[in-house]
Write a protein that binds this ligand. Sequence first.
Ligand SMILES: NC(=O)c1ccc[n+]([C@@H]2O[C@H](COP(=O)([O-])OP(=O)(O)OC[C@H]3O[C@@H](n4cnc5c(N)ncnc54)[C@H](OP(=O)(O)O)[C@@H]3O)[C@@H](O)[C@H]2O)c1
Length: 261
Amino acid sequence: MGKPYGRSYVLITGATTGIGYELAKLYASDGNNLILVARDEQRLRGVKEELSLYSIKVYTIALDLSEDNSCEKVLDFVDKKNISVDILINNAGLGSFGYISEIEMEKELKLIDVNIRALTELTKTFLPIMIEHGEGAIMNVASTAAFCAGPKMAVYYASKAYVLNFTEALHEEVKNSEIKISCLCPGPVKTSFQEKSGIKKSEGAKNTLMSAKDVAEIAYKDFRKGKVIIIPGFKNKLIVTLNKFIPRSLSRKIILMMNKG
Ligand SMILES: NC(=O)c1ccc[n+]([C@@H]2O[C@H](COP(=O)([O-])OP(=O)(O)OC[C@H]3O[C@@H](n4cnc5c(N)ncnc54)[C@H](OP(=O)(O)O)[C@@H]3O)[C@@H](O)[C@H]2O)c1
């Protein structure tokens, strides 16, 4: 079965702020139709209006990806509109900060639902359709946290390790096809994510973080090139490389020291 002609879309989760929002603008300015997913309906409407200056079609789906059946709802929407998701960007993600015994169970489980379950379900929903169409692309957003253990952010770091390993495995499975699979691994980025996760940073420290715009621009370019693991910024690349050469026992001590502040 061929895909509906001229009805191809880029689906971006978490597209109202931060990295997802910047990616949405880049795809829009390049003439791609968009499906934007986030919880806040009003902000989704605002982004849709903002992108109306481009001659593209924008659909929005107000949805909490931590809820059961959220991915089914996305597929239902796409089927009803008779459109096709050619590019899937699993960007929505949550963080939780603190010692494991201090963080509420509900918060951690919600994190797992969004960062792991929804990302896996959306990938498993749309990848087979892309395979059937013979083309497509998926970018999953992990973090430099994916490369190490993260005391005081244990569940978050572990969730991103899942995303990295899952995505790399899929890349290998489909690499002889026309389907591109990438994993974006940013270091700390200046978005509302830090505050929402409970990470406290001084204004000075915040100003040293990469901007979401810079991260999105690098991601956009490298994803198109088919790069498997995208680590934006020299400093982040260096940290990930150095981490490979030190024992894990030392790496986790350093992370704990950093997370203690
Ligand atoms: N910022 C960093 O330091 C950093 C570093 C490395 C990796 N990352 C990763 O990059 C990705 C994007 O982060 P960001 O910094 O751009 O975050 P952000 O500015 O907080 O944006 C998060 C986006 O996800 C949506 N979202 C949150 N929870 C959702 C849910 N339950 N269901 C549906 N949508 C939801 C938010 O909209 P609503 O609130 O309206 O739902 C928003 O559009 C995440 O996966 C994060 O883990 C971030």
